[in-house]
Design a protein around this ligand. Structure first.
Ligand code: 5GP
Length: 182
């Protein structure tokens, strides 16, 4: 539940996010200099702020699309990933760049990458702002990674806790008096 008194400790300040995103955009632009069709797919909702800042600095033409997943599961077992919203653009022959907020267990991205590969794109690459590598349960190839972070629950810059905190301009950790764990 939302705790109005919760404090958020800054883990990655806005300036560090901005500097790293410029580097990622330069690298992505370089790697796709020869590409004919680059389709950037944001995974809703958490990637939206990151994606907006990233694509503004990509210097090759891009097409934008979005998908959304939900996870069935108790939190004890690996979640079964279900597609709530599919992309609308055709991916066949395109260079696809999936943009995610965070890779945790890896199940979401493993499912999405497998799905998109079946549509016969020229390539599929993954760009994630955050990587919680210690929590990985299935292997996911990450082509572009903003920051590796420890295994803790983070919010801000698109990431939520019960739909709150997405608007924070930095990545933070909720330091709450509440007993409830997200
Ligand atoms: P995975 O399938 O890799 O376990 O989880 C991916 C999704 O879980 C992310 O897209 C994100 O929605 C959510 N998630 C994982 N770790 C965190 C976290 O520390 N904070 C928030 N807000 N969401 C997280």
């Amino acid at each position: 539940m939302w705790n109005a008194n919760a404090r958020v400790r800054v883990l990655i300040p806005a300036e560090a996010l901005s500097a790293r995103i410029s580097e990622l955009a330069a690298e992505i632009s370089r790697d796709h200099a020869q590409t004919e069709r680059l389709v950037v797919v944001g995974v809703l909702k958490g990637s939206v702020l990151f994606l907006a800042d990233l694509v503004k600095q990509i210097t090759v033409p891009v097409e934008l699309d979005f998908c959304q997943t939900a996870s069935y599961g108790s939190g004890q077992e690996p979640g079964e990933i279900h597609l709530k919203k599919d992309v609308e653009l055709p991916l066949r022959g395109a260079d696809v760049l999936v943009v995610e907020d965070i890779v945790d267990t890896g199940w979401t991205l493993r499912t999405l990458l497998d799905l998109f590969r079946h549509r016969r794109p020229r390539s599929v690459r993954l760009c994630t702002l955050l990587d919680k590598a210690e929590a990985r349960e299935v292997e996911v190839p990450i082509d572009y990674c903003g920051f590796r972070i420890p295994r803790q629950f983070v919010v801000g810059y698109g990431l939520d806790w019960g739909e709150r905190y997405r608007q924070l301009p930095y990545i933070g950790v909720v330091e709450s008096a509440s007993e409830e764990i997200p």
